[in-house]
Design a protein around this ligand. Structure first.
Ligand SMILES: Nc1ncnc2c1ncn2[C@@H]1O[C@H](COP(=O)(O)OP(=O)(O)O)[C@@H](O)[C@H]1O
Ligand SMILES: [Mg+2]
Length: 259
């Protein structure tokens, strides 16, 4: 498989705290990589570093073989890397369709002058964008609420919409920070099915969660983090059986429930 994302010896210190330390991993095309670990393990910081929200203290990030370390988030979106946030981030007062069109902004404005002149090229680009947004709504089962205001949707749908805004930008890789946090079992299933569908469209996924069950069912490989570092990695079933992981992360409760 071709490597799409390569993270090399990434680190970030806040004052004296090593939030991410010497972290290396890669993500292949069409792969779903899970990152799990307890609160404070450094998962969100890792995503922030990769997506350009904060700058690393050390290490490199390569996308499609190109060094993109420290690039601004919007530059990375143009390079095909998008991420969602742990907290739901939708435009509350706008409809589902309007939210998705915002995600596709770079398609709508392919050149300001062309847009102002309303050239045939600009019209064609707009047409393609609207088509793509309709398609994203189909994948995510949002078409029937296309004209609903985002804030009126159940929380689970708002989370899926947040993912949709990222997908509207036509990424090669999407990083999802706790897409199932706070969702009901049914909503969690919907999110999981949606992530599988995203991969089937040829998009790579990095998904963070602390629900081992959710990650194990979904991911090709899992990276376990603790205190900023890699604790283990491998196929979900290997990681689930790894004594180091069971002891350090899953704890007694998990071990008892499974013996
Ligand atoms: N901007 C920041 N300034 C200082 N410390 C931070 C900052 N962001 C995160 N941290 C600290 O870094 C560690 C890792 O946090 P985080 O990446 O949010 O963990 P996770 O997402 O795995 O729960 C925590 O100890 C957290 O308090
Ligand atoms: Mg986090």
């Amino acid at each position: 498989m071709t490597q799409l994302l390569t993270v090399e010896r990434l680190s970030k210190t806040f004052g004296g705290l090593e939030a991410v330390a010497d972290l290396s991993f890669d993500v292949s095309e069409r792969e779903i990589l899970g990152i799990i670990g307890p609160n404070g393990a450094g998962k969100t910081t890792a995503v922030n570093l990769i997506s350009g929200v904060i700058k690393p203290s050390g290490g490199r990030v390569l996308l499609g073989g190109k060094d993109v370390t420290g690039h601004a988030p919007h530059t990375l979106v143009e390079s095909g890397l998008v991420r969602t946030f742990q907290a739901t981030t939708v435009y509350a007062g706008q409809t589902v369709r309007e939210n998705l069109l915002r995600g596709a902004f770079r398609d709508i404005y392919p050149g300001l002058l062309a847009t102002l002149l309303d050239t045939a090229a600009a019209r064609a680009a707009r047409h393609r964008t609207f088509g793509h947004v309709e398609e994203v709504m189909q994948w995510l089962d949002l078409a029937r609420v296309a004209d609903h205001v985002a804030s009126s949707l159940p929380y689970g749908y708002q989370k899926v919409l947040g993912m949709g805004i990222g997908l509207a930008a036509r990424p090669r890789l999407i990083m999802l920070d706790e897409p199932a946090a706070g969702l009901s079992a049914e909503e969690t299933d919907h999110v999981r099915d949606t992530i599988r569908l995203v991969r089937e469209r040829g998009i790579s996924v990095v998904v963070i969660d602390h629900n081992m069950r959710f990650i194990a069912d979904l991911c090709d490989r899992v990276l376990v983090m603790a205190q900023g570092r890699e604790l283990a990695r491998g196929k979900p079933q290997e990681v689930l059986r790894n004594p180091v992981v069971i002891e350090a992360y899953l704890g007694k409760r998990y071990a008892q429930a499974h013996h």
